[in-house]
Write a protein that binds this ligand. Structure first.
Ligand SMILES: Nc1ncnc2c1ncn2[C@@H]1O[C@H](COP(=O)(O)OP(=O)(O)O)[C@@H](O)[C@H]1O
Ligand SMILES: [Mg+2]
Length: 275
């Protein structure tokens, strides 16, 4: 099933946040969304998930506008792991994953052993079986993030939307989590910050800047020094490997935004990018 945005727009507080974005998510691909903070990645993902309705334009699942699908039907096709997904409830790791079965339950379809089996498989998939009985608030950031993915897998979606899934994880857990997601063989759309992770894991990358989709293609097509300079205001060298892979080496940092690290030698594009 293809998920697509057609001229999708979102406004908030009188500002255009997502401007006229059109893209197709291909069945089975891992599509990354990159772009600076505030470029509209989360807003776009909220529209793709059906949580936010576009102010103009349309999101389609196959050839059907997703606003014509009811919430429950949509939840069986699309699962979203939000950027700041948290729970204040006193629940166990297993109960957090069980929440993924919600769209399948109803008055005539109570919880069954089939649901237990799906939750068991999801816990095993994210390597959390041994912690299933632990209370949520006693788990580390990485363990919680794995459970969020487990909950989304228990939802048995065709399309998994992940908003900055590696935030707050150490490097081993970042790589482990992206690898785990890729091994699911689902259609995945993930907003990512690390350009090298995007290069490693994505089939294609969408680049957002100021609410617009400014590039869409394979990592090799999109992750050019020119594009990264234009979008992020950072100087890089891009090294290409044999199998179409690429590696980004950062030449400068914008850590000291607007401060003393910039000299007259600082490339104009960087100065423009951080001003
Ligand atoms: N509900 C809202 N009301 C006002 N401004 C919003 C709202 N949602 C997002 N924004 C603004 O829209 C911009 C894009 O936000 P977001 O989609 O979260 O970008 P990203 O995920 O790329 O950081 C930000 O400047 C943010 O403050
Ligand atoms: Mg965001």
């Amino acid at each position: 099933m293809t998920l697509s945005a057609r001229n999708a727009c979102w406004n908030a507080g009188g500002e255009a946040i997502v401007r006229d974005v059109s893209l197709d998510v291909r069945s089975g691909e891992f599509l990354g969304i990159i772009g600076p903070n505030g470029s509209g990645k989360t807003s776009l993902m909220m529209m793709l998930s059906g949580i936010r309705k576009p102010k103009a334009g349309e999101i389609f699942m196959g050839d059907r506008p997703i606003r014509s699908l009811d919430r429950r039907a949509l939840s069986k096709s699309v699962a979203l792991v939000e950027q700041q997904a948290e729970t204040g409830e006193r629940i166990t790791a297993r109960q957090a994953v069980e929440l993924g079965r919600t769209p399948y339950l109803g008055a005539f379809t109570p919880w069954s052993s089939a649901d237990d089996a799906i939750v068991d498989a999801a816990l095993a998939n994210v390597d959390m079986t041994h912690l299933a009985g632990r209370l949520w608030h006693t788990l580390s950031g990485g363990e919680r993030q794995r459970l969020h993915i487990g909950r989304a897998l228990a939802q048995q979606p065709e399309i998994l939307l992940l908003d900055e899934p590696t935030n707050h994880l150490d490097i081993a857990h970042q790589i482990g989590l992206l690898d785990l997601v890729r091994r699911q063989r689902l259609t995945v759309v993930a907003a990512l910050h690390d350009l090298n992770h995007a290069a490693m894991f994505c089939d294609r990358i969408a680049v957002m800047k100021g609410g617009r989709l400014v590039a869409l293609g394979t990592p090799r097509e999109v992750l050019t020094a020119e594009c990264i300079r234009d979008v992020f205001g950072v100087e890089v060298e891009v090294e290409h490997g044999g199998g179409g892979d690429c590696f980004i080496r950062y030449r400068a940092t914008t850590m000291g935004r607007g401060s003393s690290w910039m000299t007259d030698e600082t490339p104009k594009a960087i100065r423009a990018g951080v001003s």
